[in-house]
Every structure is written in C-alpha cells, then in structure tokens.
Design a protein around this ligand. Structure first.
Ligand SMILES: Cc1cc2nc3c(=O)[nH]c(=O)nc-3n(C[C@H](O)[C@H](O)[C@H](O)COP(=O)(O)O)c2cc1C
Length: 340
C-alpha cells in the first residue's frame, strides 16, 4: 500500500524550513501585535512569542497570554521553566492554543528567571533539560526545541556546549538556537549579557559539523540579511535575529522571502506595510485596545528614510493619548510622503 503523507511530519518540516530565518523571542517586544506587523513584511520567517513561564500558565491560569491571530503562523511559543511535569502541561496548553512549535528557554539570564531555576542557569543541568524536553515531546505533537547560550559563568563552552547538545539531542530535540555568547549570571545585567560577553560564531559553526543531524540556528549580533546569508553559507541551518529585526523591521524582513527563502516576491514598501496594519489596528481599537499598543512596534518601520524621525516622534508622543486613532497614523504617513 502506498504510504500516505503524515500531516504531522509535513507540518514539522514546514516549520523547520521557516526556521531558516526567525525573529527572536523578546519579552515585552514580540507580543502578538509585533508579530502581526512582522508577518506583513515576511510570509515565511518563523516568529517567536515572548517567553511565557510554565508556572504562569499552569498554576496562574494565564492562558490569555497565549492568544494570537491565525495570520501569525508559523509561530513558536517559548516557555520558561524547569519543572518537568509543569513544562509538559504548559507545552500541551501551547499546542492546544495552536502554536506550531514549543521552545524551552535555556538562555535568559534575568534575576527573576534565575530565582525560579530556569533560563540560562539550565545550561549547568543538561540532564534536567533532557528530562524536560522528553516530557514536553511526550505531551505534544508539534516540535519541541531549545534556545541556549554557549555556556554560563565559569563553564568552558568547548566542553559545556557539546555536552548540552548531546543531552538534548538524545532526548529527541532536533532543533536548537544557540545565542553565540556566554551568559554571566552574576555581575552582569540582562541587558549587558546581550552585549558584553564576546560572540563566538566559530564555535557554533563547529557544532554544526559535530552534530550534522541537529538543525542549528545561530543568534546574536546579526544585523542585516547580508550577515544572515553569510552565516547560512557556512552551513548553519538557520539564523535568528532579535534587536535588529525589532528596531529595523523593514530592513530585516521585507526582502527575506526572496533572499532567504528563494520566493519570487518583491518587498512591499513600509507605507504598504502600514496600510496593511490599518484593519488590524481598527479592530484592536474597536475592542477597547489603545493605539500605541500596536504602533509602538512600528516606530522603526521607516528607519533610515526621509521623514523617519517625524514618524517616530509623532507616534511616540501621540499614539498613547486617550482616543488616539487611525488619523494619527495618517498624519504620520503624510510626514513620510512630504519628506519624500
Ligand atoms: C528586550 C529583549 C527581551 C528578550 N527576551 C527574551 C526572552 O524572553 N527569551 C529569550 O530566549 N531571549 C530573550 N532575549 C534575547 C534575544 O532572544 C536574543 O537572544 C538576543 O537579543 C541576541 O540576539 P540579537 O543580537 O539579534 O538581538 C531578549 C532580548 C531583548 C533585547
């Protein structure tokens, strides 16, 4: 009998293909409105949620944090936690909410996260991470992935990272994102931990040679599609971009479908992206939302173009006012066309 395609496997490989380029999980930044904007710019790029903690979902009942629009697919939910059963339950809630992938955060150095014994500190407990991954995989059909650092504190990355990758691959994790710098859990703030420890791209590239079957994405300091393409050309499977994608979404995402995914698709202009956001924003306002909840993610859309500063200033100052609506955006667009 001919083998029928397995829709589950099909779905997984689609998401793995999307992971050739992803926008990083960023707390307070990559909320559903941000992802909706990014999706207008690229139909293919994999988008991540902010980190949601497993205790908040399972014990706090905060399932409202999982809501998103169907247009955001493919979209990954990132979980924080270290309790095996709780993570499995949280993963199940994520799958039920419709996420295409569930990711475990092993890279975030913030104090709050350390006190709950999860995030980057988990790099020191590969066995526990493997147990968490195995339990999450058991709980869901969508792919379970890990985002990690190259090491923490006194760890020697050349020893710690392969041991960590070995443990999670043995537990069935087939895809990982490596933020190519260590996290210093004591002495550096979360913000410093994104800039101060030096990047080691060579080590991540080496890991791809040592773990050829593991889908490895590199993250940290990648600020253009040129840089992303150069890293992909070195054999890495994917590139994850955080701050640059947030601050210059058009520069990073608008030509990604063509340059990274090989689609014959001309980039839309930033003005068109704004116009495509209008029905979404109108709907948000009708439901009692505020304009700046969406437009705060749009401040950098015109970065580097004439009128960008006026656009940014207008939205920063006026979109948070009571009753601010679509006319504020129209005024911003008028600055852009006047400047051009
Ligand atoms: C505001 C902000 C919030 C972040 N929140 C998370 C998070 O929730 N989970 C996570 O794994 N990483 C988080 N990160 C780290 C990013 O995912 C990414 O690893 C880091 O910014 C390095 O990539 P970049 O140099 O391209 O920005 C955050 C980064 C920023 C700037």
């Amino acid at each position: 009998m001919a083998e029928r395609p397995n829709p589950r496997k099909q779905g997984k490989s689609d998401v793995a293909r999307a992971a050739r380029l992803s926008v990083a999980p960023m707390m307070d930044w990559t909320d559903r409105h941000c992802r909706y904007l990014h999706r207008q710019l690229s139909s293919q790029t994999l988008l991540y949620s902010e980190m949601v903690t497993a205790p908040a979902l399972v014990r706090g009942g905060a399932v409202h944090l999982l809501a998103f629009s169907a247009q955001e697919h493919p979209v990954a939910l990132q979980l924080g936690g270290s309790d095996v059963d709780e993570l499995a339950q949280a993963a199940r809630l994520g799958e039920q909410a419709g996420y295409d992938q569930i990711d475990l955060n092993c890279g975030c150095p913030s104090d709050r996260v350390q006190s709950g014994a999860f995030g980057a500190v988990l790099m020191q407990s590969p066995g526990l991470v493997a147990d968490c991954v195995a339990a999450m995989r058991e709980a869901v059909n969508v792919e379970v992935t890990v985002k990690c650092r190259i090491g923490v504190d006194e760890q020697e990355p050349r020893e710690a990272l392969p041991a960590f990758l070995e443990a999670i691959s043995n537990a069935g994790c087939g895809r990982v994102v490596i933020h190519a710098r260590k996290a210093w859990l004591k002495g550096l703030s979360p913000k410093e931990n994104r800039d101060v420890p030096p990047l080691d791209y060579a080590l991540v590239t080496e890991m791809k040679r040592d773990f050829p079957d593991l889908h490895i994405s590199i993250n940290g300091g990648i600020a253009s599609l040129d840089a992303a393409q150069a890293l992909l050309a070195q054999g890495l499977d994917g590139v994850m971009i955080g701050r640059s994608a947030y601050h210059q979404p058009w520069d990073i995402l608008a030509d990604a479908d063509r340059r990274i995914f090989g689609l014959e698709r001309a980039p839309i202009s930033p003005e068109t992206a704004v116009r495509r956001m209008l029905p979404y924003i109108e709907n948000h306002l009708t439901q009692g939302g505020r304009l700046n909840q969406v437009t705060r993610h749009m401040l950098g859309l015109f970065a580097g173009r004439p009128g960008a500063r006026s656009w940014r200033r207008l939205l920063s100052e006026e979109a948070s006012r009571d009753g601010a609506g679509l006319e504020t955006i129209e005024r911003g667009l008028a600055f852009i066309s006047e400047a051009a």
